[in-house]
Design a protein around this ligand. Structure first.
Ligand SMILES: Nc1ncnc2c1ncn2[C@@H]1O[C@H](COP(=O)(O)OP(=O)(O)OP(=O)(O)O)[C@@H](O)[C@H]1O
Ligand SMILES: [Mg+2]
Length: 273
């Protein structure tokens, strides 16, 4: 079992910045869920600050995420990435809170007030691995992730190669990341994130750019992780392999429950004119 926080909306909103984009959220702290072993998450509302009114990009939302594998599905522009990004502080709620914790005994961390600790706890995998592979070679990229935990340069290189080996990538250790295939790059990006051993992994459409074989491989890898996983996906087969699925539509969570029922709900919803 995993565990989570809960958030309830409130009227008071404040502005926050995320990667240069200004977003506004409205939430207020909710109650905390019961005991659990691993991760936790909660979300509130988010709205753009573009005009005096601002458009809602995620309506007031209360969630307690404690299952090991949670999938998030829904139409383009419905708010899935916003929800995912709230979980590690890439998007901050402007009122209320989003909280995570490593396990039932661990203290809750607030994504706004405990940003660095939250980002150590919650790894984030982007759709495009190019967004997170910053070093010239595969081994250097993983070594960069290990800089906090492994101090010596030689030890860090050895640990990086060991990590690559775990993902069947050690033969690519010294290859330029630019020469890797899309599947290899996504696998490397996931390896780099997992090298830090986060308690929670949030992945935003990690298989969208991949062919069938690689998306299956990445899907199998993600679903088999010991970490808590929150995966946003348009791959309904992958979504159905989760323990719980959220359907997001028009900035709201409109279904929350059994993955197969969620896929049916979304399929029927999408067929409506
Ligand atoms: N920082 C921002 N500023 C302005 N609008 C935003 C911001 N972030 C998201 N939006 C808008 O909020 C809506 C939801 O965006 P979000 O990225 O969460 O959708 P999504 O469900 O992930 O879509 P997709 O499936 O296309 O990735 C979109 O209309 C988007 O343009
Ligand atoms: Mg998205």
């Amino acid at each position: 079992m995993h565990d989570a926080a809960v958030v309830v909306p409130s009227a008071d909103a404040a502005s926050t910045r995320t990667g240069g984009d200004r977003t506004r959220a409205a939430t207020r702290p909710g109650t905390t869920a019961g005991p659990a072993a691993a991760a936790a998450a909660a979300a509130g509302a988010a709205s753009t600050d573009a005009g005096s009114e601002g458009a809602t990009i995620l309506s007031p939302t209360t969630l307690s995420l404690s299952e090991r594998r949670i999938s998030v599905i829904g139409a383009n522009g419905s708010g899935k990435s916003t929800l995912a990004r709230l979980l590690n502080g890439l998007v901050e709620p402007t009122a209320g809170s989003v909280r995570v914790r490593a396990d039932a005994e661990a203290p809750w961390l607030d994504t706004v007030h405990d940003g660095p600790a939250v980002r150590r706890l919650v790894g984030f995998v982007f759709t495009d691995p190019g967004a997170q592979l910053v070093m010239p070679t595969a081994a250097e990229d993983v070594a960069l992730s290990l800089r906090r935990t492994v101090k010596g340069k030689r030890e860090r290189r050895a640990a990086a190669v060991e990590t690559l080996d775990r993902f069947g990538l050690s033969h690519l250790a010294d290859r330029s990341v630019h020469t890797l295939s899309g599947g290899q790059r996504q696998l490397l990006a996931i390896a780099s994130v997992l090298a830090t051993d986060p308690a929670i992994l949030v992945a935003d459409e990690p298989t969208t750019l991949l062919d069938l074989r690689n998306s299956r491989m990445i899907g199998d890898l993600l679903m088999g992780l010991p970490q808590q996983l929150v995966v946003v996906t348009h791959d309904l087969g992958l979504a159905a392999r989760a323990d719980r699925t959220l359907v997001v539509d028009d900035a709201r969570v409109v279904f929350d429950g059994d993955p197969r029922d969620a896929v049916d709900f979304y399929t029927e919803m999408s067929a409506r004119p």
